[in-house]
Design a binder for this molecule. Structure first.
Ligand code: SF4
Length: 641
């Protein structure tokens, strides 16, 4: 309560009290607000006086938009990196070391980092901002204490490297937020270096810059991120089925060392990935255990981090016996490329209005070249990722088809809405259900996140109503309420586990085999029990996939097994070839149906926007207004009408 408040003033702010007979003073919102503002100002002045602080009437402005880090400082300066998973951060560190930088990884943010973030950050930020900003302040504070250096020395010695973007959500304000919190915590002038997420490979910073955003720099980063994705993907795929607890983590640590050494010493990366494969191949697994597969979607940072930012969600799910199907950083990069492709196509028709290089104001061939470059970038990313995945023993991971996700989501979440995951969260959830890709979908949305609030609270409710068979759980991460969140997740995982067990038992019954027979088959044919083997899609869970693949071979001689394998392989090849042929025939028919020169017709076929009908079934129930949830609330509401 503000000191020296008069009884009269307090009365003006009093809200009406139920059953009170005396009429309260008339409520005047604008004078109320003015009173409060004046009192707060006075309170601030008094506090400044009491604490002996100089009066501050000027707003803070970011004076570090172009921080200087010169080449001559490079030898004595350490780049700090953080923000993704431990595997990604350490591989990025190795890649940058390979380019000649001193690099240090900041640990994954924890609740202490959140406390620092809340103390020094602006009010009303989203949860990832508090965690990441607070983590940097915490790290620098710890460094000053451990190395016995002053904040000014820390400002000279360290530089923070992070991704930046124009937003449109709070992501666009991260860098300023970092600088503001650093100033308030005593690290004024600390250099936060940004590379723009959508800036492509041409973000050179000049000859004398300490940090050179050259193609070499970005290629090194991309390779490190993709290698990190493959390592993480392998871990989540194998860990739920390991026989000896901890064996996957130990093998992954050894595997990561091979890759880190190759990146840091600029050795041949494919060879290191091959050595990593050998480490992972030694893990003993039991693939007759029907673990529920949980697809984790949601806001990028909140679903990716492995610390308190999402209550260590992935490890918690694994403790509950689930297999996590995580979204990889490569998916995010592909989404960025998709955004650029989509915008280039839309802007190409803004003749005379748009000055960007993908507009028709630019020469037509330049527009086409720009779009062709983006298509080539998409293909190149996929090729590199799949090569890494094959080498490491991570086959069968399908990178999402961004056009398909956009197409299925568009009716419910406009493709032009950006920020956070955009339409991806909706599209992924729909595809999870339609393709039976998981037993449960878990959406992680940070407290205070602008894009997530619309998706999980609004759009996903409609989708779940239209797919009543889906198991969807949305959680909000705020740093506190861990027990509540985990208990909600636990309840949903319980249902998912039941689904997985029922699915496995029904598949055993349908195929006429027993679990003991499957185990005996795996013992006799270890390549099917290998953690590096991936069976074709047979159901929502990994155990069912393997069961469907091996069931026709159970009880057969080795020669018959070989014959079945050859037949199945042939069927897969024919299936893929048929798909490609159908696409080619459709394209040829479209071309024939048009008139004009071949190049114009080809362009119109390639440029045509996808017009797929919505795969979400209509439901009259879903569009009804939500029922009044609390009878008590409705009574109160009626009384005051
Ligand atoms: S997507 Fe949400 S949580 Fe992520 S930066 Fe934007 S506002 Fe924050």
């Amino acid at each position: 309560m503000i000191a020296n408040e008069t009884t009269e003033k307090r009365a003006t702010r009093s809200l009406p009290i139920l059953h009170e007979t005396t009429a309260p003073a008339a409520f005047n919102p604008s004078s109320e607000l003015a009173d409060l503002e004046a009192e707060l100002k006075q309170f601030e002045r008094d506090e400044h006086k009491r604490l002996g602080l100089p009066a501050q009437d000027r707003h803070w402005r970011d004076a570090m938009i172009d921080p200087q880090f010169t080449k001559s400082e490079r030898a004595n300066t350490t780049l700090l990196v953080s923000g993704l998973t431990a595997a990604h951060d350490h591989l990025v560190k190795s890649a940058l070391r390979g380019l000649g930088y001193n690099v240090e990884v900041i640990d994954v943010p924890d609740n202490d980092a959140l406390r620092y973030g809340k103390e020094f950050g602006n009010r009303g930020q989203c949860n990832p901002t508090y965690f990441t900003v607070g983590n940097l302040v915490k790290h620098l504070t710890d460094r000053c204490r451990d190395e016995a250096i002053t904040p000014a020395e820390a400002v000279k010695k360290y530089v923070f490297l992070t991704a930046g973007a124009c937003g449109p959500c709070r992501f666009g304000m991260y860098a300023t937020e970092y600088r503001k919190a650093l100033r308030d915590s005593g690290f004024d002038g600390f250099r936060v270096m940004l590379f723009q997420q959508q800036g492509g490979l041409a973000q050179a910073t000049g000859q004398e810059s300490g940090l050179e955003f050259t193609p070499k720099f970005f290629i090194g980063l991309l390779l490190a991120l993709m290698a990190g994705d493959v390592m993480n993907g392998m871990g989540y795929r194998i860990r739920p089925f390991e026989v000896e607890p901890g064996s996957t983590d130990r093998a992954l640590a050894r595997a990561r060392e091979h890759v880190q050494n190759a990146l840091a010493n600029r050795k041949f990366l494919p060879f290191a990935l091959w050595r990593a494969r050998k480490e992972l191949a030694s893990i003993k697994c039991d693939f007759t255990r029907p673990a529920p597969r949980v697809s984790i979607i949601g806001e990028f940072w909140a679903m990716t981090t492995e610390g308190d930012g999402n209550y260590k969600l992935q490890r918690f799910l694994e403790q509950e016996g689930a297999e996590c199907d995580v979204q990889l950083v490569t998916n995010w990069i592909l989404y960025n490329v998709w955004e650029a492709r989509y915008d280039a196509r839309a802007r190409a028709y803004l003749r005379g209005q748009d000055q960007a290089k993908a507009s028709l104001t630019a020469k037509a061939e330049r527009v086409e070249l720009h779009r062709a470059t983006l298509v080539a970038a998409d293909i190149a990313l996929r090729l590199v990722f799949q090569s890494f995945a094959r080498l490491t023993g991570f086959p069968g991971y399908h990178l999402p088809d961004m056009d398909e996700i956009a197409s299925v989501a568009h009716e419910h979440y406009d493709n032009r809405l950006r920020g956070g995951e955009g339409h991806m969260e909706v599209g992924k959830f729909i595809l999870n259900v339609l393709r039976n890709k998981s037993h449960m979908t878990l959406s992680v949305k940070p407290f205070g996140c602008m894009p997530s609030s619309g998706i999980s609270d609004g759009v996903q409710s409609l989708i779940t109503a239209r797919f009543p068979q889906s198991l969807f759980c949305a959680i909000e991460t705020s740093g506190d309420g861990k027990v509540n969140v985990q208990s909600r997740v636990q309840m949903s995982v319980f249902k998912a586990r039941q689904k997985a067990q029922t699915e496995y038992q029904e598949t055993l019954d349908r195929l006429g085999v027993t679990r003991e027979q499957v185990q005996a088959f795996f013992a006799a044919h270890p390549r099917y029990a290998s953690p590096l083997h991936r069976s074709p899609h047979g159901g929502a869970g990994t155990a069912v996939d393997r069961l469907v693949e091996v069931a026709p071979m159970i009880g057969k001689s080795p020669l018959q097994v070989r014959a079945i394998e050859a037949r199945l392989h042939g069927e897969r090849v024919v299936h893929s070839a048929r798909g490609l042929l159908q696409k080619a025939v459709r394209g040829a028919k479209d071309l024939r149906a048009q008139s004009g020169p071949l190049v114009t017709r080809l362009k119109s076929v390639l440029n045509r926007p996808a017009a797929a009908p919505s795969p979400v079934p209509p439901s009259p129930e879903a569009d009804k207004p939500a029922p009044v949830r609390s009878a008590k609330l409705s009574v109160v509401h009626a009384e005051h009408l």
